[in-house]
Design a protein. Structure first.
Length: 406
């Protein structure tokens, strides 16, 4: 029986905890231990932990010391800056790790985690949940089959409104650095919509478990929310073999839309969103259509892969190496594109029935849609306050320096 533990059960930790409840009750693993960092756990949640006889701790070193050599999987759904130290500690205790995305804030952090996994002879799986889905495998296998020819361009846009409470939910949301000065680099493209940037990089890879070899990134970042990081961004990533990746995201818009993604190939296209994937030839004829996993299926699929990896070293997971490419790109964005504060004259305010405040960049939804359709980045013609940055070379880049963020 697989033994599992979790560090943190509030925030997104509640999703991990619910996964472990379900897997335990189905007899697929033993939910052995959990760290509760604060008093935000509901009485019902706490009652269930106790009913399942989950061993409870208030700090992770104590849990890892008691369960050294006894945990097969340690879940780490904590703040971004904590991913590296907690992962390294869990690996040293003998556990495999399931860490939330992004794998780490900086490239050196991710590289250190990869080295720690090799030293411990354990695996680290990263929580980019969309990569574990059957439709993702189907798309990647279709690309690699060559049936649609070479991939030329991969693009995605996501309009996901976020209110003031989203940025106030913890001590690091919307932050570039935490209270101790460690990099966090929270943003729409490293956090909420990070899955879809990671997918584009994955689909651009030339082997099933490979990812894109990127050479440069050009980007813009904007904000109207009172945060350190951006709430809106676009980027163009170029790969070594000539593919173009375009990504657009905003939390400062009024209505949710997407993520909408399109892979443009020599002989057709692959369009996918959270509902379905549609494959077409160049004339627009539908060649194939298949559904995306729903939210429950998504989590079930993730855990099927994790359980399989414990017993089968060849099992597929999102490795640190695979997830590190998104870190490389995001670090390059933060080191090359200044965050532009947009004036109040471009901002609308909306308050929902619960009193949440949404700050909206007027017209940004239309700008992003237009740029997506025209395969380009935002320009001064779209938004006068745009500050253009040249393409940033990633070929010899060692990771985040913070030159533009201090």
């Amino acid at each position: 029986m697989i033994n599992a533990g979790v560090i943190g059960v509030s925030g997104f930790g509640a999703t991990h905890c619910s996964d472990l409840f379900r897997e335990h009750e189905a007899g697929r693993l033993n939910f052995a231990a959990a760290v509760i960092h604060n008093n935000e756990v509901s009485p019902r949640f706490l009652e269930k932990l106790k009913a399942l006889k989950v061993d409870l701790f208030t700090d992770y070193p104590s849990m890892l010391a008691k369960y050294a050599g006894k945990l097969d999987i340690c879940c780490i759904p904590t703040g971004i800056a904590l991913h590296r130290p907690m992962t390294e500690a869990a690996l040293a205790s003998g556990a495999n790790v399931f860490v939330e995305k992004p794998v780490a804030p900086t490239l050196p952090d991710a590289q250190a985690m990869e080295a720690a996994a090799k030293k411990a002879k354990r695996f680290v799986a990263v929580g980019y949940q969309t990569i574990y889905q059957p439709e993702t495998r189907r798309i990647k296998e279709l690309i690699l089959s060559g049936a649609l020819g070479k991939v030329k361009r991969l693009k995605c846009y996501a309009l996901w409104p976020r209110h003031n409470a989203y940025y106030g939910r913890n001590g690091w949301a919307g932050k570039l650095f935490n209270a101790a000065g460690a990099p966090v680099l929270d943003s729409p493209f490293t956090n909420a919509v990070a899955h879809y940037l990671n997918l584009l990089l994955f689909y651009a890879g030339n082997t099933f478990e490979g990812t894109a070899d990127v050479t440069s990134v050009q980007a813009h970042m904007f904000r109207v929310n009172p945060i350190e990081s951006c709430d809106t961004a676009d980027m163009r990533v170029l790969t070594e073999d000539g593919k173009e990746i375009l990504f657009y995201v905003s939390h400062a818009i009024a209505t949710r839309e997407g993520p909408i993604s399109l892979l443009e190939c020599e002989k057709g296209t692959i369009a996918y969103d959270q509902e379905e994937t549609v494959v077409r030839d160049l004339a627009g004829k539908v060649l194939d259509r298949f559904a995306s996993a729903n939210s429950l299926e998504t989590r079930l699929n993730v855990w099927e892969h994790l359980r399989n990896k414990v017993t089968d070293p060849k099992g597929f997971i999102c490795t640190v190496k695979l997830a590190s490419k998104a870190v490389l790109v995001s670090n390059g964005v933060f080191d090359s594109a200044p965050i532009v504060d947009l004036p109040g004259s471009l901002m609308d305010i909306r308050v929902d029935d619960d009193g949440h405040i949404f700050r909206i960049i007027r017209g940004m939804d239309s700008i992003i849609r237009r740029c997506y359709l025209e395969n380009r980045l935002i320009t001064k013609a779209d938004l006068a306050f745009t500050t253009d940055s040249p393409a940033f070379d990633l070929t010899k880049y060692k990771g985040f320096t913070g030159a533009l963020c201090r």
